[in-house]
Each structure stands twice: as structure tokens, then as C-alpha cells.
Design a protein around this ligand. Structure first.
Ligand code: ADP
Ligand code: CIR
Length: 386
């Protein structure tokens, strides 16, 4: 009896010790190469501003470490981008629609922080272009606007999102989308070009002319979105390149309407017509709470970014005033060569910042209102100079 009890006491003590053993923290940074390198709670640098850093508490980490969503995507895969890139703004990507449910303790917080959209809030869509209030710009105002573009992101309901999709599934998405593109007629009719069979010169030209995505985004690379590049990726566009679809970039579809000049209404009308047509054929990942499902939580809801490239040489130098207007009108300032680029010639990309909890037409309205306010400020600065 004695020996048996003694052995049980030892076993109990060992179990207690293993239960209280502290898991070693892992330093964030580019030395983390793959999801398996995340073997403990992440220690971020003190100045890290990402939402991942803010909400990945040791408790959340402990709850989700080693877990997978229903599509089989590991939690560590979703947080690798922010764990590697400590300059991330967000730092987390979903592997499938289900990630938002399975890992809700962190995604709910990120979504509420970024979009101010609470756990029980509903998202309502409205693409009715006739409800947009955007009186045409005067001639001198319109001449400040180089071009206008509106895109929405979409993912197919029957597939995981980019970080979780297999090569075979991605190729299938390409096949389905490129086939569906053949049914466009009239102004929307066009051709699908696979990235892999495009010449280097054509690819470069399309990027320079703002039509095609770039490759090698380090945030997307880290979350697994660039696997098997360039296979399965491509672009559809009509003859005039006013209607385009990016296939299997950050989202499975990025539906884009764009043209030179300032006619926001025409660009939105084309986009909503095309998106409605595509929706009749395809089943997109969508729910009542989050709207259209995207891998990056910033794009949830409408996945809509409406932008103009606009010349603001004076306001652009007056950063405080520029940022104040941007904040007041919920618009974002980017460089004109895509996200994370800087502007050097006084031309800026101004777009709606919000995506979720507001309808498409409200967000295009945000962009119009913000742009109008910036034009007014630019004109006042020019008049004061005289
Ligand atoms: P997204 O719109 O998908 O967030 P980016 O900011 O990376 O992506 O922009 C993608 C491409 O679209 C870039 O080449 C960018 O210059 C181009 N673009 C964005 N807005 C406009 C616009 N208003 N006019 C012309 N090109 C634009
Ligand atoms: C970050 O966290 O800064 C990057 N993952 C990008 C976030 C912005 N979202 C996006 O471009 N879709």
C-alpha cells in the first residue's frame, strides 16, 4: 500500500508542476519563419502598435495555441504576419470564413477596434448608385482629379480564404472565375489573362498604369497568401480597362471599376452593375454580421475602397491640416502606387477608410465628401498664397 500511495503522490506532484510550468515567450520578428516557430505567447516590442499585439493576451494565446479552424487552418498561420512584421497595423488574417467564429475572442476585438462594429451588430448592403449624392465637380475642381477607382473584394463561399486555400482549390477558383468572365457582354466584355503566361514587359506596364496588383507584399507573404505564385493568379479586363477583376490576389476576386477623370457616379454605377451580375452566378462568402468575408479583417463588410488620385500640392505639404480633414471625413491618404507607398509629386490616393457596418453607397459618399473638403482646403491655400 505504502509504495502505491508514494508513487501516486509523486505522480500528482509531477502533474501539478507541469500544469504550472510557464511556457516560454517567443520574441516577435522576422526570425519567425513558419507557423510552427510560434511555440509560446509572443513578446512584441514595446512600441508595437498592431491590433494583434493589443489583443493577443497570454490567455487568448493559451486558448487558441495549436487549434485549427474548420477548414484546417492553424491559428499560428493567421498570426504569423503580425508576429513577423512588428510594424503591422493589424497583423492577423483569417484562413476561412469559420476563423472568425472559431477564434472569435481575438477577431471580435480586432473588428470592434478597427470598425467600431460590435459583436451583435448587423451589416447591411446597399449598392444603389441612384442614391449617391455627388453633384459633378466644377471644371477647375475636376481638373485636380486624375482618375477614379472603386473596388470590392469577394471570396467564394465554398472555398477557404487565401491563407488556407490549397493549390488545387485556388486553381479551381481561377477556372470558375475566368469561365464566368466569358459571359460578360457590352461594355463589360473582355479577356482573362493568367499571370503566369503574361510577358514581363506587359506585367510591368499593367502595374505602372495602375491596373494590376504587384507581387511580394511581405504581409501577405507571411500569412501564406502568396503560396504558389504566380499560379492561379490573373486579371480579367475589358478593352478600355475600365472594368477589371483581379483573381486570387489578396481576395479571390477584386472587382474593379476605374477611369480617368472625376466621374465618381459613372464609376460606381459600372461597379454595382457588374458586382450584381457576378453575384447572380457566384455564391460569395457572406454573413449578416460581417457582410462579405475577406481574409484581412480591415476589408470585411463591403470590402469596398473608392478612391481618387488627386493633385493636392499645397495641402499635401500641410500634413496637420491634411490629416485632420482625413480623420473628420473618414478617408485615408495613400501614395499613388498602392498601399504602403509614398507620394513625391503632390498627387495622393484618397479613399474611404470604413468598410463594415455601413453600406457601399455610404462609403462612396464618404470618399466624395472627403475629397470635396480637401479640394476646398487646397483652393483656400492657393488663394492665400496670391
Ligand atoms: P486596393 O485598392 O486593392 O486596396 P492598392 O492600394 O494596392 O490596392 O492599389 C492597387 C492599384 O490600384 C495601384 O496600382 C493603385 O495605384 C491603383 N489605384 C488605386 N486607386 C486608383 C485611382 N483612383 N486611380 C488610378 N489607379 C488607382
Ligand atoms: C497590416 O496589418 O498592416 C497589414 N496586414 C495590412 C493591413 C491592411 N489591410 C489590407 O491591406 N488589406
Amino acid at each position: 500500500m505504502y509504495s502505491g500511495v508514494k508513487a501516486m503522490i509523486e505522480a500528482e506532484k509531477a502533474l501539478a508542476a507541469s500544469g504550472t510550468k510557464k511556457v516560454a515567450g517567443i520574441k516577435a520578428g522576422t526570425h519567425l519563419k513558419k507557423p510552427e516557430d510560434i511555440t509560446g505567447p509572443i513578446e512584441f516590442p514595446a512600441d508595437c502598435k498592431s491590433l494583434l499585439c493589443k489583443y493577443l493576451t497570454p490567455e487568448v494565446y493559451a486558448k487558441y495555441a495549436g487549434k485549427k479552424d474548420k477548414a484546417g487552418v492553424a491559428f499560428e498561420q493567421m498570426i504569423l504576419s503580425g508576429a513577423q512584421n512588428v510594424d503591422s497595423g493589424i497583423g492577423i488574417y483569417a484562413g476561412s470564413h469559420d476563423s472568425y467564429t472559431t477564434f472569435c475572442d481575438i477577431f471580435d476585438k480586432v473588428i470592434e477596434d478597427y470598425h467600431m462594429h460590435k459583436k451583435d451588430a448587423k451589416h447591411v448592403s446597399n449598392m444603389d448608385h441612384t442614391q449617391l449624392v455627388c453633384p459633378p465637380f466644377t471644371e477647375d475642381e475636376a481638373s485636380m482629379i486624375v482618375s477614379t477607382r472603386i473596388r470590392v473584394g469577394r471570396n467564394l463561399a465554398d472555398f477557404p480564404l487565401g491563407p488556407g486555400i490549397s493549390k488545387e482549390q485556388r486553381d479551381k477558383v481561377e477556372e470558375l472565375v475566368s469561365k464566368a468572365c466569358k459571359s460578360f457582354t457590352g461594355e463589360l466584355e473582355g479577356t482573362y489573362y493568367a499571370l503566369g503566361s503574361m510577358s514581363e514587359a506587359d506585367r510591368k506596364q499593367l502595374i505602372e498604369d495602375h491596373f494590376l496588383f504587384k507581387e511580394g507584399d511581405r504581409f501577405l507573404e507571411s500569412c501564406g497568401l502568396n503560396r504558389n505564385w504566380p499560379e492561379g493568379r490573373g486579371i480579367f479586363h475589358n478593352k478600355e480597362k475600365t472594368f477589371l477583376i483581379w483573381v486570387n490576389e489578396e481576395d479571390q476576386l477584386r472587382i474593379i471599376s476605374m477611369q480617368k477623370g472625376a466621374d465618381i457616379k459613372a464609376v460606381f454605377t459600372r461597379l454595382s452593375t457588374a458586382a450584381t451580375l457576378i453575384e447572380k452566378e457566384a455564391k460569395f462568402a457572406h454573413d449578416e454580421h460581417l457582410g462579405y468575408i475577406t481574409s484581412c479583417p480591415t476589408n470585411l463588410g463591403t470590402a469596398l475602397r473608392a478612391s481618387v488620385h488627386i493633385k493636392l500640392p499645397l495641402l499635401g505639404k500641410n500634413k496637420e491640416q491634411f490629416n485632420k480633414i482625413a480623420d473628420e471625413f473618414y478617408v485615408q491618404i495613400r501614395g499613388i502606387h498602392g498601399e504602403h507607398t509614398e507620394t513625391d509629386d503632390g498627387v495622393f490616393d484618397i479613399s474611404n477608410k470604413r468598410r463594415l457596418g455601413r453600406s457601399e453607397k455610404d462609403l462612396v459618399q464618404d470618399m466624395y465628401n472627403g475629397v470635396k473638403a480637401m479640394i476646398t482646403a487646397e483652393k483656400a491655400l492657393a488663394a492665400a498664397k496670391k
